[in-house]
Ligand binder design. Structure first.
Ligand SMILES: Nc1ncnc2c1ncn2[C@@H]1O[C@H](COP(=O)(O)OP(=O)(O)OP(=O)(O)O)[C@@H](O)[C@H]1O
Ligand SMILES: [Mg+2]
Length: 245
């Protein structure tokens, strides 16, 4: 792996964004109830947590515990039905007051990166082109940055390969490089190793661990107990609440 390229950059505003109380993410009483017909499904029932800059937080819980719901709220992809949430200095929700959609768009673009179990790469684009998709201006410097990031995730030798010419682990590395192209402060990772074998899972997790050590905060959802011990903090989610041992 190319070790020379580090993400820590003093001009990188993202990593220094903190909320009023010194935290990157702060949630209190965070709730999300889905309404399906006349049925109410309380997916998240008042959770409190915070994430500091560079902290690797593992969100651990079985299927249906509310992991994706939590990531969607923190990522501004969905709105809470209760509680308060601030992310990278933006008050996403405070009781019934919610940030405007345009603010959430800006929050995502400037401060957040996303990776999922499925890689969501564009099939007709090369690895290098996929990484540049989130850039507003695909100029020379963007291309150079995309290449540096692909080297950073160990894919310097696969720049021109299309997704169908890559392994699952390699596709996830491309997706990770794409998530990092706008220098996010926080990476939201929804079971990114779920479709990978154990060795590849460990490689991807190790890579995330390194990035976190360099200052990237990570919220990593998984049902995999083995991974939980390898983060800095574990949030155990069960049936929409955080359980403490
Ligand atoms: N859009 C939705 N409408 C209605 N109910 C939903 C919706 N999304 C999730 N739920 C319900 O909310 C609960 C939490 O779902 P969530 O997707 O957050 O769980 P999860 O921990 O990510 O599970 P998994 O490990 O299977 O991905 C579940 O009971 C689910 O059925
Ligand atoms: Mg999920």
């Amino acid at each position: 792996m190319a070790r020379g390229v580090h993400l820590t950059d003093h001009r990188n505003k993202g990593w220094f964004i903190v909320t009023r109380n010194g935290q990157l993410v702060h949630a209190t009483g965070l709730s999300r109830t889905y309404t399906v017909g006349r049925r109410e499904i309380p997916a998240l029932r008042g959770v409190d947590f915070s994430i500091n800059r560079g902290e690797f937080v593992v969100l651990l819980g079985p299927s249906g515990a509310g992991k994706t719901t939590t990531l969607n709220l923190v990522g501004g992809l969905d709105r809470p039905t209760g509680g308060s949430l601030s992310v990278a200095g933006e008050v996403v929700a405070d009781g019934s007051v919610h940030a405007k959609e345009s603010r959430l768009n800006a929050l995502r673009r400037e401060h957040l990166g996303f990776v999922f179990a499925e890689f969501h790469l564009l099939p007709t684009l090369s690895a290098l082109e996929n990484v540049q998709v989130p850039l507003i201006w695909a100029d020379e410097s963007g291309r150079d940055r995309a290449e540096a990031l692909l080297c950073r995730v160990g894919l310097g030798h696969r720049l021109t390969h299309r997704p169908d010419e890559l392994s699952g682990g390699e596709m996830q590395r491309v997706a990770l490089a794409r998530a990092l192209i706008n220098q996010p402060a926080l990476l939201l990772a929804d079971e990114p190793t779920a479709n990978l074998d154990t060795n590849t899972r460990d490689e991807i997790f190790g890579l995330l661990r390194e990035l976190s050590d360099e200052g990237l905060a990570i919220l990593f959802a998984t049902h995999d107990h083995e991974l939980a011990e390898r983060g800095d903090t574990v949030l155990r989610l069960s049936d929409g609440v955080i359980v403490h041992d």
